[in-house]
Design a binder for this molecule. Structure first.
Ligand SMILES: Nc1ncnc2c1ncn2[C@@H]1O[C@H](COP(=O)(O)OP(=O)(O)O)[C@@H](O)[C@H]1O
Ligand SMILES: [Mg+2]
Length: 349
């Protein structure tokens, strides 16, 4: 742990934070044209040193705002934030020295090469010229941008840009790293490659907070997953713990005739460990079950006894998507219209 002083004696500071990254009661309201938007509404998180936390939530949940507040880019309206015991609000410069951040808002000069961009970041961190050059070259190699390193960034693919962005966050060899949706929009191959790099960083001891809308990403990378909705954590645990909330598997059936839905729903409820979910089409039903194969057999037998014809039936391994649905009653994809969301935020006051 660092020897940095705790918050000034005058402040009613809390006891030394157990998490290397610690946020308590963080609130941030944006004033938009259509009224105030509560982007963070009592966010509490704690990330122990050397571990990875994923903030998992749909668009508009407050993920980027959380990262910006934690990395000194914007000030919250309320709350306590510390990184390695240093107060983010009163000692932002000290905090910046030990953190790296990558995300949609990172500045990249399109006309400069990858190498030049990284050197520029090095200079922002006051690295001597020679050191900045050496670090840039090292990172270019690490991210397999060697061939592209001397070409202007404007010719880079999406995957290359993300790698350069991540490289930029590592220039000052940060102990604490923040990655805002590191792989959103990438093709599967680039995503896997980036996951490998991130796993290496974590293995080397970096404490990481990442945000994601990808349930699999949280599953792959994070020790702890904090599900975030409307600017607050609504559930937290390992991805296994979150999954176990909804049982081990789910059984999904697609009916030929929607008129059978009521009867089928009753059968699924009989063997399920939760309330069956009926999709908008009225014919696709799903329920969490404790024992996938055995539950499927029981459900199929009863459906057959009722002469209910099926298009399809099967076992699905639960994803964190299911957890979100279970917790909030809506799927992660169901992003409300921004206008409606803001009206709702306003109305919630
Ligand atoms: N600069 C801003 N002005 C007004 N509203 C904003 C601004 N930035 C974000 N918001 C709103 O705050 C909420 C949280 O946004 P954000 O933190 O970007 O969420 P996420 O990163 O999870 O998608 C959303 O409703 C978004 O529309
Ligand atoms: Mg975001």
């Amino acid at each position: 742990m660092s020897t940095s002083p705790n918050p000034s004696p005058g402040l009613p500071g809390p006891a030394p934070a157990p998490g290397l990254i610690q946020a308590e009661g963080v609130r941030k309201v944006y004033n938009s044209k259509s009224g105030p938007v509560r982007a963070l509404d009592g966010l509490d998180i704690s990330v122990p040193e050397g571990t990875v936390m994923a903030l998992l939530g749909p668009n508009g949940a407050g993920k980027t705002t959380a990262v910006k507040v934690l990395t000194t880019l914007i000030r919250p309206d309320a709350g306590t934030l510390t990184i390695d015991g240093m107060n983010v609000l009163t000692a932002p410069k000290d905090v910046r020295r030990i953190i790296g951040v990558s995300g949609q808002y990172a500045a990249v000069d399109e006309n400069l090469t990858g190498q030049e961009n990284l050197r520029m970041v090095g200079r922002l961190y006051h690295l001597p010229g020679r050191q900045a050059r050496a670090r840039a070259a090292e990172l270019i190699d690490m991210f397999e941008l060697t061939d592209a390193g001397n070409r202007p960034v404007k010719g880079y693919s999406g995957g290359m840009r993300r790698r350069l962005d991540l490289a930029g966050a590592l220039v000052n060899s940060p102990r604490v790293l923040f990655l805002d949706e590191p792989t959103t929009g990438l093709d599967p191959r680039s995503r896997l490659a980036l996951w490998d790099v991130i796993k290496d960083l974590v293995a080397a001891g970096t404490t990481l907070l990442l945000t994601t809308q990808y349930l699999e990403e949280a599953d792959q990378l994070a020790d702890t997953v904090a599900v975030i909705d409307h600017g607050a954590v609504i559930a937290e645990g390992t991805s296994d713990q979150l999954k176990s909330r909804i049982g081990g598997h789910s059984v999904a059936v697609a009916l030929v005739d929607g008129n059978d839905a009521e009867t089928a729903r009753g059968i699924l409820a009989r063997y399920g460990s939760g309330t069956p979910h009926t999709a908008d089409d009225g014919r696709s039903l799903e329920v969490a079950v404790q024992n996938g194969p055995a539950s499927l057999q029981l459900i199929l037998a009863d459906l057959q006894a009722e002469h209910i014809d099926l298009h399809d039936a099967g076992i699905r391994r639960p994803t964190l998507d299911d957890v979100f649905l279970q917790l909030t009653g809506r799927p992660t994809e169901a992003d409300p219209e921004p206008e409606a969301a803001q009206d709702k935020e306003g109305a919630r006051r």
